[in-house]
Design a protein. Structure first.
Length: 329
């Protein structure tokens, strides 16, 4: 701090600054502040603190967020030098490259690092407290029609036809499908047990606790599974394998080698593989299937989540309400 040599400033220095500096020197606080770590250094400590509790897929995602979006902007900054305005400008910059929903996830990574810095005493408050969260657009639901599903299954490579059938007819997430082993499929009970997922080649638990579930093999799916069993069933390993008999690495393995080709050949609007899950849900709801059954198939915490997200697909037109009361009154 640079002060002009005035009577007022001399008094301020004598009565406030010098006593404060003396206190910090005696308590060791002065030297502690001079050693405040950079964001890049403390981020590694923060990640190490939580590694036991985070899934492999979460670790990978956090590492990517740190490497691509946090370190390039704040890596060399000391923790106590970051202001709310710096974070607001950073958010605007990151939004030029990613969606608001993705930015929200990246921000949570940075926020957890700063919270750990508070716990360790390096900073007194989190500068994110005064920075507004970005508004996220509604989840983009672009389901395929029944005829489009049929076209996709017909055009798919034989080695991946059952992959799409599972996605369209169970609502399983792509990572869950990739992680399936034949031991997870019970043809007698007509059930698929879901307890793991693969993302970027890493095997971990599914997205949430409720995602560990058992889904039903409905009639339309059964022949696809039996046909695919002829291809990889004797391997007694993963259901879907590469040409080298290794499990698929991640969704890109399917998207880039077959999915894009199919949609292009069929002249269908490009949609992500995740839209198979949305398609299953909307088709079932539109056709009056029990919402609790649909919710359980998806692994949602409860049917409220399903209803909130897919309410507009529930058919209401032409339905007479409360007809059970007519005979009584």
């Amino acid at each position: 701090m640079k002060l002009d040599d005035t009577k007022k400033n001399r008094k301020y220095a004598t009565q406030t600054l010098i006593p404060e500096i003396t206190y910090q020197l005696n308590s060791g606080e002065f030297f502690k502040k001079s050693q405040i770590p950079k964001v890049s250094d403390f981020a590694r400590i923060s990640f190490k603190m939580h590694e036991v509790h985070r899934k492999e897929s979460t670790k990978y995602d956090y590492e990517a967020s740190l490497r691509l979006h946090i370190i390039p902007y704040f890596g060399e900054h000391k923790l106590d030098s970051i202001k709310s305005s710096d974070l607001a400008l950073w958010q605007n910059k990151v939004l030029e490259r990613v969606s608001a929903r993705r930015l929200k996830n990246i921000r949570s990574v940075f926020n957890s690092i700063l919270e750990d810095a508070i716990s360790d005493g390096w900073i007194d408050k989190n500068p994110f407290a005064r920075v507004k969260l970005p508004k996220c657009a509604p989840i983009d639901i672009q389901p395929f029609s029944m005829s489009e599903i049929a076209q996709i299954l017909h055009a798919a490579k034989p080695s991946l036809r059952a992959f799409y059938a599972i996605g369209f007819f169970t609502g399983m997430r792509v990572g869950e499908i990739i992680a399936l082993k034949w031991s997870d499929i019970d043809f007698t009970k007509r059930e698929i047990s879901i307890s793991k997922a693969i993302r970027m080649g890493r095997l971990s638990s599914p997205k949430t606790t409720n995602s560990v579930r058992t889904v039903e093999i409905i009639d339309v799916l059964l022949p696809h599974l039996k046909k695919h069993y002829e291809l990889t069933g004797n391997k007694e390993s993963f259901v879907f394998l590469t040409g080298e008999d290794t499990p698929l690495f991640d969704s890109k393995s399917v998207r880039d080698h077959d999915w894009k080709r199919i949609l292009k050949e069929l002249d269908l609007k490009y949609r992500t593989l995740y839209q198979m899950r949305h398609t299953f849900t909307t088709v079932m709801i539109e056709n009056g299937e029990d919402i609790l059954w649909v919710s359980n198939m998806l692994g949602h915490k409860d049917s409220t989540t399903t209803l909130t997200r897919y309410a507009k697909y529930i058919k209401r037109e032409g339905k007479q309400r409360a007809t059970f009361m007519n005979a009584m009154f």
